[in-house]
Ligand binder design. Structure first.
Ligand SMILES: Cc1cc2nc3c(=O)[nH]c(=O)nc-3n(C[C@H](O)[C@H](O)[C@H](O)COP(=O)(O)OP(=O)(O)OC[C@H]3O[C@@H](n4cnc5c(N)ncnc54)[C@H](O)[C@@H]3O)c2cc1C
Length: 356
């Protein structure tokens, strides 16, 4: 389900509401918490954008230099550790790995193979259909002992044998997982207040992107201030996940998600949404000029590649007298401020966040 939630083809609110229509929060607690892990990671990274910026810079540097010994074998499924090799191939062939496998894989990558966690996270981000800046980067950091300082995750032969029903029992795994270290980050910055636009403009275009492909509930959130749409467009660039791009499975999945979204998104006259063939500022500027827009409405993009793209687009549009207006979902605005510490205090807030 996560590729669909990650692109907001279905929103967290829809999933949780559907579950709570049929089950009590008590009965569905575990599942609802799983969904909130995604929200938690996003809210945590939102308050510490430098963690993402440093990761991006380190991946760029590592991929541009001499690749560490063992890296090519690890991503090609040639380490000689049968489980790792099967999982690397499974990831490349399917775009998915179960959560427990992701934990084992990351642990063996860091502690047994001694490879940089950033390159493992990059390998995942390029291949996972649900690849997500916050969930992926912060889960890798958690395994490596950087996220909860000093607390690491050690994959063991017994645990792998038990939960794979004996299919794998790799030997020679690290028996000690000493937490990695790093330069400290600047203090967290609080989530800025909600940016609900009051008056958007008189010719407004809606521009959807791969962080949020569900326009109906986004526009419904604006209520009576939802502007009539002069035009609508959808654009995505899966390759911006990594300097090495994204796998063809990810590119195809994203293209399918964009096509699906365009087919159910219309402007005020019923005109179908356009799919822009480039996510670059020039293509968006051309679209805005053709629609004689004074404002472009976008779903808020959390810290990650799409936010980087929108940050580059904003001054370009400004220069042409077009305002870029981001709408942050109430789901995020309400929950993110609570993601300032660990998941335990955050999860205490869940009953209040889902109460309708
Ligand atoms: C090293 C590592 C890297 C990961 N990278 C990503 C990633 O790039 N993108 C991503 O979406 N998840 C990531 N995860 C989290 C988790 O593995 C996936 O969300 C989960 O496997 C999705 O499968 P599912 O839909 O069957 O989940 P279910 O167990 O059915 O859970 C329902 C939904 O809850 C959310 N969820 C569940 N567990 C987590 C979690 N730990 N963190 C965040 N959301 C969660 C997902 O949206 C999921 O679809 C990573 C975990 C690890 C350990």
């Amino acid at each position: 389900m996560s590729p669909y939630i990650r692109h907001r083809l279905v929103t967290e609110a829809e999933v949780v509401d559907a579950v709570l229509d049929r089950h009590s929060l008590h009965a569905a607690e575990k599942f609802v918490q799983e969904v909130f892990w995604r929200t938690y990671w996003k809210g945590w990274l939102e308050q510490r954008p430098e963690v993402w910026r440093r990761y991006r810079a380190e991946v760029r540097e590592l991929l541009a230099g001499d690749l560490p010994d063992g890296y090519e074998d690890a991503v090609a499924g040639r380490t000689g550790i049968d489980a790792m090799d099967a999982w690397a191939r499974e990831l490349v062939d399917t775009g998915y790995l179960h959560n427990h496998v992701r934990m084992w894989f990351a642990s063996i990558w860091v502690f047994t193979l001694g490879l940089p966690w950033q390159l493992g996270a990059d390998f995942f981000l390029r291949h996972l259909l649900d690849g997500d800046a916050a969930s992926n980067t912060l889960s890798w950091r958690w395994v490596a002992g950087l996220q909860t300082r000093g607390k690491t995750y050690l994959a063991t032969t017994e645990n792998i044998a038990r939960y794979t029903d004996g299919r794998f029992a790799p030997t020679g795994l690290a028996t000690d997982a000493r937490a990695l270290d790093e330069e400290p980050f600047p203090p967290a910055t609080p989530i800025p207040d909600d940016e609900e636009p009051s008056a958007v403009g008189s010719r407004v275009g809606l521009l959807l992107h791969e962080e949020d492909l569900e326009p109906a509930s986004l526009l419904a959130q604006l209520g009576s201030s939802a502007p009539p749409l002069a035009t609508a467009a959808v654009v995505a660039d899966a390759s911006s996940r990594s300097p090495a791009g994204a796998s063809s499975l990810v590119v195809d999945f994203t293209a399918g998600a964009v096509a699906d979204t365009a087919a159910r998104t219309h402007d005020a006259d019923g005109g179908a949404a356009t799919i822009l063939d480039s996510a670059g500022a020039a293509a968006v500027m051309d679209w805005a000029a053709a629609g004689r827009l004074d404002s472009v409405l976008v779903p808020y993009a959390p810290v990650g590649p799409v936010q980087e793209r929108l940050d580059a687009l904003r001054p370009a549009l400004d220069g042409a007298g077009v305002r870029l207006v981001a709408v942050r979902r109430r789901w995020d605005s309400r929950a993110w401020p609570f993601a300032s510490r660990g998941f335990f205090p955050f999860k205490e807030r869940i009953p209040g966040l889902v109460r309708r």
